[in-house]
Ligand binder design. Structure first.
Ligand SMILES: CC(C)(COP(=O)(O)OP(=O)(O)OC[C@H]1O[C@@H](n2cnc3c(N)ncnc32)[C@H](O)[C@@H]1OP(=O)(O)O)[C@@H](O)C(=O)NCCC(=O)NCCS
Length: 352
């Protein structure tokens, strides 16, 4: 029997918009302070995409171009696209096909992943299975977000809007026969009991079905006015909602759990990790995880200070930066771990 190949990251790229938005810049829109934001989240600044010239897909394309070039291939060589985002250019179709068109790729499959902050690790896991099964040889996995278009920039939405930023990261997955190299394992989890704790309800078809209290007026709405209505806009029911403390409490349990699960599945210890790339949710969460797992400063890479939380893009952006800075070398053990809306959480362990 032929041994099953592993997948390896053959190329990685990132793209962030040039527009830097500092904490003090946000004072124009809401009551907040640089001190509050840095103390609670570690964030100093984030990037916002150009209003009209950049979209989630175009940022994904820029990151993908670099990843593809670094993999030593060209866009027509890609045989499958997986695109993770919570801010798609259109409600439908997803960004995968828009990227396929923009990069003039062949009529290959394009899959969109909707797993928010865990989106990239979920997407990587799906790609890994396709490589291991032998179905595809060059898979493009992208995580990209244009949060700046959809946040509540008033004081009411400040607990969420100060956290998020825009950007994109991408990797090319290829099979490798090299012993002990590539993605060793991936671990995916969810707990839908907390779906509403970090969520954007409208537009949607929920009709208050899952809400303890009426969120919008679906009973009275005219047919044709149910999915999205002037009333929803007037009542400001069109922004994301988050119970930050509930997210924090769950995240600091699930991050270490899913990292230890990955290590244990491979007979490895925390001391074997060269670099942990945690999803950049909040610097305080990453520091808590580091402390709990007794990891050194060198073992954890954070860049939320510069980019904020870029959801599905945060792990590939941080991984790309860490690699470009020489913090990850061939043979190093790298752990990716994510937690976010859903709740969903996931990890991936790879030998670079
Ligand atoms: C969002 C988060 C930073 C808020 O910090 P917190 O310590 O929990 O703060 P609270 O929500 O309890 O709010 C404390 C006070 O700060 C205020 N506040 C909230 N956002 C603020 C902001 N941007 N600037 C200034 N004050 C703010 C609140 O109104 C509240 O004021 P009050 O005490 O007068 O009512 C924190 O809960 C968090 O990081 N949670 C995890 C979120 C996360 O990681 N999300 C992404 C998941 S992938």
């Amino acid at each position: 029997m032929l041994a099953m190949p592993r997948s390896k990251i053959a190329g990685i790229g990132m793209y962030v918009p040039s527009n830097i938005v500092t904490n003090n810049d946000l004072l124009k829109y809401m009551e907040t302070s640089d001190e509050w934001i840095q103390e609670r989240t570690g964030i100093k600044e984030r990037r916002y995409a150009h209003r009209t010239e950049e979209t989630t897909t175009t940022m994904g394309v820029e990151a993908a171009k670099i990843a593809i070039e670094r993999a030593g291939i060209t866009p027509p060589d890609i045989d499958f696209i997986i695109f993770a985002t919570l801010c798609p250019d259109y409600y439908f179709p997803g960004c995968g096909v828009l990227l396929q068109r923009a990069m003039k790729m062949k009529e290959i499959g394009a899959l969109d992943v909707r797993n928010q902050c865990s989106g990239f690790v979920y997407a990587l896991s799906v790609g890994d299975q396709f490589i291991k099964s032998g179905m595809y040889k060059n898979i493009l996995v992208v995580g990209a977000e244009k949060h700046s278009f959809g946040l509540d920039f008033t004081t009411r939405g400040r607990n969420i809007s100060v956290i998020f930023g825009d950007g994109a990261g991408a990797v090319v997955l290829q099979p490798t026969e090299e012993n002990n190299r590539g993605i060793l394992s991936t671990h995916l989890h969810s707990d839908g009991d907390s779906a509403e704790i970090l969520a954007m309800y409208n537009p949607g078809t929920h009709a208050n079905h899952w809400m303890p209290e009426k969120y919008a007026d679906f009973d009275e709405a005219e047919i044709g006015q149910m999915f999205f209505s002037h009333k929803m806009i007037d009542k400001e029911q069109i922004f994301p909602n988050m119970d930050g403390q509930a997210v924090f409490k769950k995240a600091v349990i699930k991050f270490p759990e899913v990292i230890l699960e990955a290590l244990s599945a491979n007979g490895l210890q925390t001391t074997d990790i060269k670099v942990l790339i945690p999803h950049q949710a909040n610097l305080r969460i990453s520091q808590f995880v580091q402390h709990k797992l007794k990891l050194t400063d060198d073992q954890v890479y954070n860049n939320i200070q510069k980019f904020g939380n870029t959801t599905a893009a945060s792990i590939p952006i941080a991984l790309c930066e860490a690699w470009e800075m020489g913090k990850i070398k061939e043979g190093d053990l790298v752990c990716l771990a994510a937690f976010g809306s859903g709740f969903t959480w996931a990890s991936a362990l790879l030998r670079w």
